[in-house]
Design a protein around this ligand. Structure first.
Ligand code: ATP
Ligand code: MG
Length: 329
């Protein structure tokens, strides 16, 4: 057993991963996988909290998301990638946490509210309302210290800390209070310029996009509407392409901003430049992705889930002991 501290984080298998995931969380996971014992959860049950009647893509999405991890530089020798539904003890622990978690606290959670609105949910299901409780079980069953996530997850990590603290007070101090680690871009805006980049909003550049696909998406991105001719002075502050230049092209952004304001660089040239920068970031990922076959991905998932399951089983022994429900031991 290593004495490194643990990381737990992951994603819902609801589609491929995009630049927002990379900068919000995945990049930190890649950078820290050597220093921490890392667990990456593919949260298929959590995906079903919003997609329960549309489950036909789950298996394919699980494969795709695993390929996204490997492409981004997750090393399966260092990081354990596993499937949530295959670890039933997570659902057992969710129930124990649910016993003392207030429904009102969940109802007032700002991320729950925003997501309910996004999905058009009026009458919230028990499973959707309770997904932060299940997330707390994901984290604490691995006794994770650190959770690399985007900004929308901050309320959930706060709640997880409270639920875990309460457990430790009520029963016995066996669980670890985690900290959120927010990525260098806590909330990457989407190509529409309004919302966060999201799998569900059709406003994303995916890690697996080809250069042509990137170029097409950036060409359609929202720029300064007041700029009609190339030499009209631009207003970078209202332009989504400029937002991306700041992130993906820090070395040239000051010059681009000055040239845009002076009407000396047109949107076409600016977009072409940005396409090149994003392509430079994604090209090595496309290469790594091509190294893996479907069988290799399956083996990585089965081995990862087995390892993660053993850790979960050990924690649950302690949890049941603490709750005085391991009757016949
Ligand atoms: P969905 O719309 O299906 O909920 P999503 O794009 O919100 O998909 P999740 O799987 O819910 O993705 O989130 C996975 C992780 O990626 C979380 O840590 C989340 O904070 C982070 N993340 C997602 N989108 C962004 C973004 N645009 N900027 C920064 N971080 C993000
Ligand atoms: Mg989400």
């Amino acid at each position: 057993m290593s004495n490194k501290k643990r990381i737990l984080t992951g994603d819902r298998p609801t589609g491929n991963l995009h630049l927002g995931h990379y900068l919000g969380s995945l990049k930190n996971r890649v950078e820290l996988q050597n220093d921490y014992e890392s667990y990456i959860i593919i949260a298929d049950v959590q995906a079903l909290t919003t997609h329960w009647e549309k489950d036909e893509n789950l298996k394919n999405d699980i494969y795709q998301i695993t390929l996204d991890y490997l492409a981004a530089g997750i090393d399966p020798e260092q990081s354990t990638i596993f499937i949530q539904s295959m670890i039933p003890e997570i659902h057992e622990l969710t129930m124990y946490f649910a016993l003392y978690t207030s429904v009102n606290v969940l109802r007032h959670n700002p991320t729950i509210k925003a997501e309910a609105e996004q999905h058009g949910f009026k009458d919230l299901t028990y499973g959707f309302l309770g997904y932060p409780v299940s997330q707390t079980a994901d984290i604490s069953i691995f006794k994770a210290h650190l959770v690399p996530v985007g900004e929308d997850q901050i309320p959930h990590i706060e709640l997880a800390r409270k639920i875990i603290r309460r457990f430790n007070d009520l029963y016995a101090p066996v669980l670890v209070e985690p900290e959120a680690l927010i990525g260098e871009v806590p909330r990457l805006v989407g190509l529409d310029g309004n919302n966060k980049m999201s799998k569900s909003l059709n406003n994303a550049i995916y890690l697996k996009d080809s250069k042509d696909e990137i170029a097409k998406k950036i060409n359609n991105a929202v720029t300064d509407p007041a700029r009609i001719r190339k030499d009209d002075p631009g207003h970078p502050e209202v332009c989504s392409v400029y937002q991306y230049q700041k992130i993906f092209n820090p070395a040239e952004v000051a010059q681009i901003e000055a040239d845009c304001r002076a009407g000396q660089i047109g949107c076409v040239a600016c977009k072409k430049n940005l396409t090149g920068k994003i392509d430079e970031l994604l090209e090595p990922m496309r290469e790594r992705r091509a190294n893996y076959t479907e069988d290799m991905v399956k083996d990585i998932l089965l081995a990862g889930t087995k390892k993660a399951h053993n850790v979960a089983l050990a924690t649950m022994e302690e949890v049941r002991e603490a709750m005085k429900i391991s009757y016949f031991k």
